[in-house]
Design a protein around this ligand. Structure first.
Ligand code: NI
Length: 179
């Protein structure tokens, strides 16, 4: 339907705790998801959350369902619409790896995340989603769901020596995906 503007860090709308979706399979919800998909594709992102386009609802999309040439080491993450999500870490293990964000353009940081999680929620039809994942998939889900509680990845950074501009950190390389 439409490529929407992506809000950038500093916009107070990115700091809100999003509201749960109460009605499913509606024209309004399908329109929102189409806009999220169009906007993510236009920005070549790996994920996008509704608050990033100024919509204060617990809706995220992520995954491409295929290998990405500019991020060939990333495993395939199924294209997913996740609404009203709940994340539970399976144990105390963490992993730290590079992340970027379409709301924080031009920057990257190493961000600690739970290594193994279970996540649940529903899709746009209200059908349940319940997955146990690890690695990159777990990282993307945690990054996107953080947008629903007003958290941007710089708020999770512990080692600020691993936070900088993409062009400086990765000179001559194509940038990893933003989400
Ligand atoms: Ni993001």
């Amino acid at each position: 339907m439409a490529v929407r503007d992506i809000l950038k860090m500093g916009d107070s709308r990115l700091l809100r705790v999003a509201l749960p979706v109460l009605k499913f399979d509606t024209d309004e919800l399908h329109g929102l998801i189409t806009d999220l998909l169009d906007t993510m594709a236009a920005a070549n992102g790996a994920g996008l959350a509704a608050p990033q386009i100024g919509v204060d609802l617990q809706v995220v999309i992520f995954g491409t369902g295929e290998l990405i040439s500019r991020y060939p080491d990333a495993p395939v993450v199924p294209r997913t619409v996740l609404i009203n999500p709940v994340i539970t870490p399976l144990d105390d293990a963490e992993e730290t790896d590079w992340e970027g964000c379409l709301s924080v353009p031009g920057l990257r940081a190493k961000v600690p995340r739970w290594a193994r999680i279970r996540y649940s929620g529903v899709d746009q039809y209200g059908d349940p989603i319940d997955r146990t994942v690890d690695g990159f998939h777990a990282r993307v889900v945690q990054h996107e769901c953080d947008h629903l509680i007003g958290k941007l990845y710089p708020m999770r950074v512990r080692d600020f020596s691993k936070f900088g501009f993409t062009e400086v950190l990765f000179p001559g390389l194509e940038a990893p995906l933003d989400d």
